[in-house]
Design a protein around this ligand. Structure first.
Ligand SMILES: Nc1ncnc2c1ncn2[C@@H]1O[C@H](COP(=O)(O)OP(=O)(O)OP(=O)(O)O)[C@@H](O)[C@H]1O
Length: 732
């Protein structure tokens, strides 16, 4: 069915305009208009009338007093509406008119709401039922869309007899419809509360602060009113039914709309989820790429590691084979050295055999005449006498430009000339850096010519303690020198026993190198006294017997252990500087009390206590009465003394004392006792003057000049470091 719309000033209407639906009944319409004017503060109102042209109860033709319609039609409706406005509306309030021609009032109202975006509508509640929902259903989808766009919501106030019956929200897509329905049926406080939420700006002042209780009152008021007027009540119920019906018809549309909204939301969520999934896929792909890279890298590293392992194994094998090769080369080198040494020896032997005179093999041993001896000693001037012992006087002398010490043997030990010379030859072959060198002899005067040592004997140094006491380093160095000489003697073939070891027989050279003197003298002298030729002791009961092995008094014979005993006593004297009496006892006592300091001679300086204690125990063992309990010279005594070599031989502080030592001892060749010009290291580890050690080796020796032990080889290595040190020292 078509419709005609007349609007006067409607184009000026806005969202705040309050529409009042006026009908055929002038009284009710006036009540509506009154109520709207009283309850809305809006400045614009619009009278909405649905004209039913084909109805016999048409509004047209009636006047305010309900007169019959005339033929002027629409013009009359406007007049009537104008009359409403003139009589009811106060000044300052604008009122428009909206006239819609349609046979169905509900459709007309719905159309007006949709077309004019009515937000606020006041209409009668006791009139004919307006089925707004039906209208909505009949509208086309396009119309629905238009209405949804234009009509967000429309508040409808239902007025009956000048009072508000209920309010309703006409909407297609909000839950406010629910609220509207709740208000319409007026059956709960909760619903009334919800109604409060839907108040628009156009809500009448009277309703603005309505709560559930207010709504209850409205309900009760309405109910009371309905009780008073059955017609009104029934009419309201009809309206309620109508509204419910309208609502249910709207419900399917609402649900579709809700579903559409939901669908859109779901689609949006789905799109978001898809984006997320895509993003995660991308991330996963990136991570997979990275993982692949890492795996590749890992594989490459593993390959490298395995290659490294292979290389390592190969290198290890190479090292092992190189070591094997080195060992075999060394063995070969050693074999060659031995062969070389043998070859050299054989060459020397052949050379010697080739010489007509076998005596040339003998060490050249000067024989001095009595005249020379006499001259050297200035006619045995007592002022040139340096000492006198049991076996004769000792003179200092200058013989063939050499400073010598000449020992005059007693005449009672007279031997034949040949015997004396033979004995001299034997003694002259016994050479060691720590043995007083026998330079020559004078058979005529039965004198022996020795190198002269200008630092006197150990006895004299121990006796004058107050004047320049020997430092502990020199004392230990002396013990080392003595031990070295004894090892040499005892290891000689045949074994040579000193047999008269005591401090007076330990002479010190300019460098405080100790040299044992008087080797073989007792036997030389005793041979003439004792027919059996063995070494026996003189039974003089004096102090010198303190150095004699107690077992010799029982057996009457000297043994290598006898020298060890004497060495022990001298070592105790070196440590303590004490007289012989009670020396062993005091040392034992001190060690038992762990108070070595009590007996040590601290004029020698600060002894290294731990090592010194070792020496003290060693000395006591040497002094054991039973020779079996005494320590072995090489394996025990030397092993204790040797570590001191680095500290005590050729090192400060005593070397720095020019008063004591002018030349560092390690600059001096142990064989020739002169500062070395061309130092060479032999197989024994000692350094010698090249010419001296070569002479030693060439004369058939294969033993160390220092230890008399067999040399591993006869190779000599130049000692450049020592050579430089000597040169540097000589320059200063
Ligand atoms: N080569 C020498 N250089 C310097 N002084 C020496 C030399 N030989 C001996 N003397 C000195 O002569 C002193 C006498 O020594 P000698 O060996 O004759 O007798 P002794 O050892 O004192 O006693 P005895 O021989 O009766 O046991 C020594 O104490 C020493 O001072």
């Amino acid at each position: 069915m078509g419709s005609i719309v007349w609007g006067e000033g409607v184009e000026d209407a806005d969202a705040d305009t309050v529409y009042v639906a006026v009908g055929k009944n002038a009284q009710k319409s006036q009540q509506l208009l009154h109520w709207a004017l009283n309850n809305f503060s809006a400045k614009q109102f619009c009278l909405l009338h649905i004209h039913q042209p084909h109805s016999r109860n048409s509004f047209l033709g009636r006047n305010l007093s309900g007169v019959v319609p005339n033929e002027h039609g629409n013009q009359s409706v406007h007049e009537i509406l104008d009359q409403y406005i003139l009589t009811l509306v106060p000044e300052g309030v604008r009122v428009h008119k909206l006239l819609i021609e349609m046979d169905d009032i509900e459709k007309g109202i719905a159309k007006a709401i949709a077309q004019h975006s009515i937000r606020c509508l006041v209409m009668g509640a006791a009139g004919d039922g307006y089925n707004l929902g039906k209208l909505a259903k009949q509208e086309s989808e396009k119309a629905i869309f238009v209405r949804e766009q234009a009509l967000l919501s429309c508040n409808i106030w239902f007025i009956c007899n000048g009072s508000l019956i209920c309010t309703r929200i006409y909407s297609k897509h909000t839950s406010e419809v629910e609220t509207g329905r709740a208000l319409l049926v007026l059956n709960s406080n909760k619903e009334a509360k919800q109604s409060k939420k839907v108040k628009s700006e156009s809500t009448p002042d009277a309703l603005k602060y309505l709560d559930s209780d207010d709504m209850k009152e409205i309900k009760s008021g309405t109910s009371n009113h309905s009780l008073n007027s059955k017609w009104s009540f029934n009419n309201i119920m009809d309206r309620s039914k109508l509204a419910n019906l309208m609502f249910h018809e709207d419900e399917s549309f609402e649900s579709r709309y809700a579903m559409e909204i939901r669908r859109k939301e779901v689609e949006e969520q789905l799109a978001k989820a898809k984006q997320e999934v895509q993003k995660m896929k991308n991330e996963r792909d990136e991570m997979l790429d990275e993982l692949k890279m890492v795996q590749d890298h890992n594989l490459a590293l593993m390959n490298q590691i395995s290659e490294s392992h292979c290389t390592e194994t190969e290198l290890e094998e190479k090292i092992i084979s190189a070591v094997d090769l080195l060992i075999s080369f060394r063995e070969k080198r050693d074999r060659l050295r031995i062969e070389h040494a043998h070859a050299v020896r054989e060459v020397n032997m052949v050379g010697k055999i080739g010489k007509a005179d076998n005596s040339s093999y003998r060490v050249e041993f000067p024989a001095f005449s009595f005249m020379e001896i006499n001259e050297a000693t200035h006619d045995f001037d007592p002022s040139w006498k340096v000492g006198e012992g049991r076996y004769g006087s000792v003179y200092k002398g200058l013989l063939r430009n050499m400073h010598v010490a000449i020992k005059m043997l007693p005449s009672y030990g007279c031997q034949s000339l040949s015997e004396f010379q033979h004995q001299m030859e034997v003694l002259s072959r016994v050479r060691h850096p720590n043995l007083l060198t026998l330079i020559g002899s004078c058979a005529e005067s039965r004198s022996l010519v020795y190198e002269y040592l200008n630092n006197g004997s150990l006895e004299s140094h121990l006796a004058r303690k107050d004047k320049n006491p020997l430092p502990w380093q020199i004392r230990i160095s002396i013990a080392i020198d003595m031990c070295s000489a004894l090892i040499f003697l005892h290891s000689s073939e045949p074994c040579i026993i000193h047999g008269n070891l005591k401090p007076s027989k330990v002479l010190l050279d300019a460098n405080f190198v100790a040299k044992l003197s008087d080797l073989g003298i007792p036997s030389l002298v005793q041979q003439s006294l004792d027919s059996d030729g063995t070494s026996t002791i003189c039974n003089n009961p004096n102090e010198r017997l303190a150095y004699v092995d107690p077992e010799c008094f029982v057996t009457g014979k000297f043994t290598p252990e006898s020298d060890v005993y004497s060495f022990g006593v001298i070592l105790l004297q070196l440590l303590t500087g004490r007289p012989l009496s009670g020396l062993v006892r005091d040392m034992k006592c001190a060690l038992e009390k762990q108070n070595l300091k009590a007996v040590l001679d601290f004029t020698a300086g600060e002894w290294p206590l731990y090592q010194t204690e070792q020496l003290a125990y060693l000395a006591l063992r040497c002094c054991e009465k039973t020779w079996l309990n005494r320590p072995d010279l090489v394996s025990e005594i030397w092993s204790v003394l040797e570590p001191f070599k680095a500290t005590c031989i050729g090192t400060p502080p005593y070397l720095t004392s020019k008063k004591l030592r002018h030349v560092p001892s390690h600059f001096v060749c142990p064989i020739v006792q002169e500062v070395m010009e061309d130092p060479y290291i032999a197989a024994d580890g000692f350094t010698y003057e090249a010419e001296a050690i070569r002479g030693w080796l060439n004369s058939g020796h294969d033993t160390s000049p220092m230890t008399n032990l067999k040399l591993d080889h006869t190779d000599l290595v130049p000692n450049y470091a020592l050579h430089n040190a000597i040169l540097e020292w000589q320059q200063h």
